[in-house]
Design a protein around this ligand. Structure first.
Ligand code: FAD
Ligand code: AMP
Length: 482
């Protein structure tokens, strides 16, 4: 006999496990199906984010940052260290430990909230029916009043650089190197390419990033992107814009390496790398997830089509996270998971898609929310700008970490904050203050009138808010109306 549930969730990434937990909290009988097997072949929850995404990449970013600090930056503080060495297998083992702790954590949360976790591959075969094929090939059928599809995304492959997970790797393979590659190529100067390139550059790789677009970080406010480009150049990340990879060839004998063909304005070139990371984006993982007879609509790229509340065109079927439109970010999927769960429990929860924060976890971090200057100009919106460089922040100087700036954009008529753009140490955490403020429709004046602790990096946010209206204290006030 088929088991019966109020809700069946397919996928236990941040969108799926959060949706499942919230459904169960709201009294709905919930199962969450997950097919992921870890390196030891064990079924684990947490999806891309916990296993091969946000968390392991940040673990390596943190380790490599500490290594660079010890190697290059301690001396400024008068700390003398000699013989600093990197044990790469130890770094990877620590990363794996963090991953295991968190994936086990989701298992514990499922148990605590009475979500039934089911290991296997789920498929929607009717609006109210999901089949699960377990890892031994055994199939069972689940009946559900509601189904939430949260199957996430996978890296995009490109024919010129086929991934073998040995010499040419994707973002998953780049988290598993056993030694520091001498020459590292990265295809794609997006968020993931810059983060992974930074990890290995800090550990000593000579990193070349090949990016097809002429613009650097096109989604980022231009002033911040230019600042980032300068800082990355100082870090010796060789970012080649307007450079399209057209082919690659693995060495047939001797030490494994890859020769990459690429074209730029000047013509055709070749470069040799010991490892090549392909980071050209991710695609929704909707392959074989839904029987076409169910009639769930997908777009031409495989995203499941949903309305603003994540409902598909088939009643009772919802989709959340990377598998639907919008930025592929863990927190965006989590909020969608909560929204769907709460709407199933007759609440009116919504996601504010205008205030999805974005972060690039390089050093310094790059973080933004709301509109860029370029977007405001295109909309014909009159706005004021207030900015503050970290070099004028006492706390940043005390920490010897004063690259970057905070920039705030506010409506010229109403003073309402429209955008916040930060490049600097702890930008992600600083930004969050402005996400909250903007969620409450704060004006620049509201932030200016708020008391900030001294000395803290967040004072740069305060000063930028004061600068919007020409009242900055710790920096000269410049022309601000645009
Ligand atoms: P996923 O996390 O992809 O989870 C989907 C799950 O569904 C997977 O476990 C998969 O096995 C399972 N599944 C798929 N099909 C089936 C099926 N038929 N049956 C059963 N199970 C199935 N985002 C951030 O916000 N911040 C970051 O710092 C960040 N860093 C990243 C770094 C890297 C290297 C990468 C690759 C990604 C990063 N991301 C980051 C993106 C983030 O990981 C994703 O946006 C997020 O994981 C998407 O969540 P999701 O639940 O939609 O899908
Ligand atoms: P993102 O989508 O942010 O992960 O970034 C992926 C980046 O890879 C984009 O900026 C693309 O322009 C870039 N890209 C895609 N294909 C190629 C290619 N063949 N050569 C170089 N860059 C590429």
């Amino acid at each position: 006999m088929s088991k019966q549930y109020d809700v069946v969730v397919i996928g236990s990434g941040p969108a799926g496990y959060v949706a499942a937990i919230r459904c169960a909290q709201l009294g709905l009988k919930t199962a969450c199906i997950e097919k992921w097997l870890n390196k030891e072949g064990k079924s684990v929850y947490g999806g891309t984010c916990l296993n091969v995404g946000c968390i392991p990449s940040k673990a390596l970013l943190d380790t490599s940052h500490k290594f660079l600090e010890a190697q290059q930056h301690f001396q400024v503080h008068g700390i003398k260290v000699e013989g600093v060495e990197m044990d790469v297998p130890e770094m990877i083992a620590r990363k794996d430990k963090v991953v295991t702790q968190l994936t086990q954590g989701v298992k514990g949360l499922f148990a605590a909230n009475k979500v039934e976790g089911i290991a296997g591959t789920g498929k929607l075969v009717a609006a109210d029916t999901v089949t699960v094929t377990d890892h031994d090939g055994k199939e069972q059928q689940l009946l559900a009043k509601h189904v939430i599809l949260a199957a996430g995304s996978v890296p995009i492959d490109i024919p010129p650089a086929p991934v073998d997970q040995a010499t040419i790797v994707d973002s998953t393979g780049a988290l598993e190197f056993t030694e520091v590659p001498k020459r590292l190529g990265v295809i794609g100067a997006g968020v993931i390419g810059l983060e992974l390139g930074s990890v290995w550059a800090r550990l000593g790789s000579q990193v070349t990033v090949l990016e097809a677009l002429d613009d650097f970080l096109p989604a980022v406010d231009r002033q911040i992107a230019r600042e980032a480009q300068k800082i990355f150049a100082k870090q010796e990340l060789d970012i080649k814009l307007g450079t399209r990879v057209t082919g690659s060839k693995l060495s047939k004998s001797g030490k494994k390496m890859v020769t990459v063909d690429f074209t730029d304005q000047e013509g055709e070139h070749q470069a040799k790398f010991d490892k090549l990371i392909v980071c050209v984006g991710r695609r929704p993982f909707s392959d074989d997830l839904i029987d076409p007879a169910v009639g769930v609509q997908l777009d031409s790229r495989g995203f499941i089509e949903v309305d603003q509340h994540c409902a598909t065109n088939v009643p009772g079927v919802y989709a959340v996270g990377d598998i639907v439109r919008g930025p592929m970010l863990a927190h965006k999927g989590m909020e969608e998971g909560v929204m769907v769960a709460e709407r199933l429990a007759d609440k009116k929860t919504q996601v504010n898609y205008d205030l999805v924060p974005s972060v690039i976890y390089t050093h310094p971090e790059i973080a933004w929310v709301g509109k860029t200057e370029e977007e405001l100009k295109a909309e014909g919106c009159e706005y004021n700008v207030g900015s503050f460089p970290f070099v004028a922040s006492g706390r940043a100087l005390a920490a010897n970490d004063a690259d970057g700036m905070v920039k705030l954009l506010a409506d010229a008529k109403t003073d309402r904050l429209l955008g916040c753009h930060i490049i600097g140490a702890s930008a992600a955490d600083l930004l969050q203050q402005m996400v909250i403020a903007m969620e409450f429709s704060a004006s620049a004046e509201d932030i200016g009138l708020t008391m900030f602790s001294h000395p803290a990096l967040s004072e740069a946010v305060h000063e930028a808010a004061l600068a919007v209206n020409g009242h900055a204290i710790h920096i000269g006030n410049r022309k601000r109306r645009r």
